[in-house]
Design a protein around this ligand. Structure first.
Ligand code: ITT
Length: 197
């Protein structure tokens, strides 16, 4: 059995990664959380890119001798020059509601509403011999008002053309078929399965 540690405090991410591994990998992999290994310290996000932040997070368990995994994600809005990007979680300084309000305010009167969700995932080994990152992206549009109450973060404003709906109007399984995190997780599992087999 191979143990990997997902460096996040976000319980949804742990649940999702476990589900993806179960469905997509033949390897006997156990995904542990930071709590499982007794790590209660801070995780710094001080990079300039999604990849740098994912590597910084995954390096925390790697320094403790574990195979570390982490993701960093966010939304990049065309009319805002790619903002909020790596600052998506901290955009307004408040919660998801406040972040969405600020996004609507910044795009008021703007007709160019294109945006993409980005998710970078990193795998860091204690000896750094096989470190790698992968990235998933998903393109959509920012609506002028919220639609739906599922999902989280910017989902009520993120309209995905092929669905004709926002990500807050579809269930997680449907979202993950096309989402930045779904794309990144699938290519991550393919790659880590190769590296570890
Ligand atoms: P960890 O850093 O502990 O892993 P986190 O929730 O802070 O967990 P991120 O730093 O990756 O995660 O921040 C991602 C932010 O980007 C998140 O707070 C949302 O605002 C936004 N975001 C990312 N993926 C999203 C998605 O699928 N749906 C909606 N919003 C998303």
């Amino acid at each position: 059995m191979i143990k990997v540690v997902l460096a996040t405090r976000n319980k949804n991410k742990i649940h999702e990664l476990r589900t993806f591994f179960r469905e997509l990998s033949d390897l006997d992999i156990t995904v542990l959380s930071l709590d499982d290994i007794g790590y209660y310290g801070e995780i710094e996000e001080c990079g300039n890119t999604f990849e740098e932040n994912a590597i910084a997070k995954a390096s925390v368990p790697a320094r403790l001798g574990y195979i570390g995994i982490a993701d960093d994600s966010g939304i990049c809005v065309d009319a805002l020059g790619g903002a909020p990007g790596i600052y998506s979680a901290r955009f307004s300084g408040g919660d998801d509601e406040a972040n969405n309000d600020l996004l609507l305010q910044k795009l008021e009167g703007e007709s160019e509403r294109g945006a993409k969700y980005v998710c970078a995932m990193a795998c860091v080994f204690p000896d750094h011999s096989k470190d790698f990152t992968v990235r998933g992206e998903c393109y959509g549009k920012i609506l002028t008002e919220r639609h739906g109450d599922g999902g989280f973060g910017y989902d009520p404003l993120f309209y995905y053309e092929p669905f004709g709906k926002t990500f807050a109007e579809v269930d997680l399984a449907k979202k993950n078929k096309v989402s930045h995190r779904g794309v990144a997780m699938r290519s991550f599992i393919k790659k880590i399965s190769k590296v570890l087999s």
